[in-house]
Design a protein around this ligand. Structure first.
Ligand code: NAG
Ligand code: NAG
Ligand code: NAG
Length: 371
């Protein structure tokens, strides 16, 4: 029987331990969708997604979308409901069922941190992370902020959040303190507020993202990874004793996603954390025991220019263990370039089939719990 043949092939295709190379039974159209699950797309200026993005979503090859301030307005809830409907009528669901007996909605996200850094201006949290950390009870204030973020996101049909920030700032007005995005200058305050935020937001059904691993708290005001290469030269002992501490409690609390930083930490590696297998596979997954989904920061970031062009850094990130790749240039073509690069790398074996399957499985395990 046809279905038995397909199952036997797929059983071999996703067997553990499986092979490095893609099995011949995986069709081009299936791979287009499986690779798409790894890519988060963005679009320019409007609330309505452009027709070419809607068509890609309708084809099932888009894994997620990120919206910025200019994409959020009165029509956002309807636009995202419509996009989600386009995704449900795509072939993606059948492909994920076939390979993983799993499925889930399109991943729709934004940066709803708090204070100035919140894309849904009509919703909370209005307090900055710094104000929350400085309050009499940072855990209680963090919990309220997590509930407010969830309510704002749910109201506009988002289903995830690229927050909270776990960076422990070092100096007043440094990179992460400047817009008050850090809960505080001690691991204890950041852990208390951020962990409470994560628990409250996730209890309301919105996956949270702990960022920017292993920490941007030591970056000076000028050290902006969006703009230019950033190297944070501090000892591994300090990174572990200060910056990584909030990750221990966030992971213990079951945080769904971790976003890696694009800074280089010479204490561990010569490439940015999000391109580094030492940081992602060894430190985050093995040493800290994070079982969830990893997501990159913006792939168009200026900090990546020394490491290669967009296809190159996309494949480096996937090889380092990054599950979702953030094409946030407000440019649909950028997402397509990232997806093609991943497809080529899986076909050539540069990204090992086994790793690709494990990574896709993590993404779907998360999405199957999402609304
Ligand atoms: C997307 O979904 C909306 C709402 O269901 C529908 O009106 C529209 O025709 C769909 N677009 C495509 C390209 O399928
Ligand atoms: C944190 O900031 C406060 C207020 O500026 C300061 O008194 C304290 O020494 C700082 N703590 C650390 C660990 O830097
Ligand atoms: C969109 O992304 C593509 C692929 O990276 C690039 O060639 C193009 O220049 C970008 N367009 C804009 C307007 O940035």
């Amino acid at each position: 029987m046809h279905s038995t043949l397909i199952s036997a092939c797929l059983a071999a295709a996703i067997a553990v331990p499986a092979r490095a190379k893609i099995p011949s039974c995986v069709t081009d159209s299936d791979l287009a969708i499986l690779a798409g699950a790894h890519v988060v797309y963005s679009w320019p200026t409007t609330v309505q997604p452009p027709a070419n993005l809607v068509q890609l979503v309708r084809n099932g090859v888009v894994g997620g979308v990120i919206l910025f301030g200019e994409n959020v307005g009165a029509g956002t809830a309807d636009a995202l409901a419509s996009l989600q409907a386009n995704y449900s009528s795509s072939p993606a669901g059948a492909v994920f069922q076939k390979y993983f007996r799993s499925n889930g909605p399109l991943f729709i996200t934004t940066d709803q941190e708090g204070g100035q850094v919140r894309r849904i201006k009509s919703g909370g949290p209005t307090l900055t992370a710094k104000q929350i950390g400085a309050s009499a009870d940072p855990a209680a204030a963090g919990s309220t902020a997590g509930q407010q973020a969830a309510a704002a996101l749910i109201g506009d049909n988002f289903n995830s959040n690229l927050a909270p920030v776990l960076d422990v700032y070092r100096q007043e007005k440094d990179f992460i303190d400047y817009f008050q995005r850090s809960y505080g200058n001690t691991s204890a305050v950041v852990s208390a507020a951020a962990t409470a935020y994560i628990k409250a937001q996730q209890a309301a059904g919105i996956p949270a993202t702990a960022k920017h691993f292993p920490g941007l708290g030591s970056a000076t005001h000028q050290q902006d990874t969006d703009a230019a290469p950033v190297t944070l030269t501090l000892p591994l002992e300090e990174i572990r004793a200060i910056d990584e501490v909030p990750y221990n409690s966030a992971i213990a609390a079951g945080v769904d996603l971790v976003m890696a930083s694009w800074a280089v930490y010479p204490a561990m590696d010569t490439v940015p954390s999000g391109l580094s297998s030492k940081w992602i596979r060894q430190e985050l997954r093995t040493r800290l025991g994070f079982p969830g989904v990893t997501i990159t920061d913006a792939l168009e970031a200026g900090s990546l220019t020394p490491f290669g062009d967009l296809p190159t850094v996309s494949v480096m990130a996937a090889k380092a263990g990054m599950d979702m790749l953030l094409a946030s240039q407000r440019n649909v073509t950028q997402g397509e370039v990232v997806r093609s690069a991943l497809i080529d790398a899986v076909r050539s074996g540069e990204v090992e089939w086994t790793d690709f399957v494990a990574s896709t499985k993590r993404i779907l395990a998360l999405r199957s719990r999402m609304q």
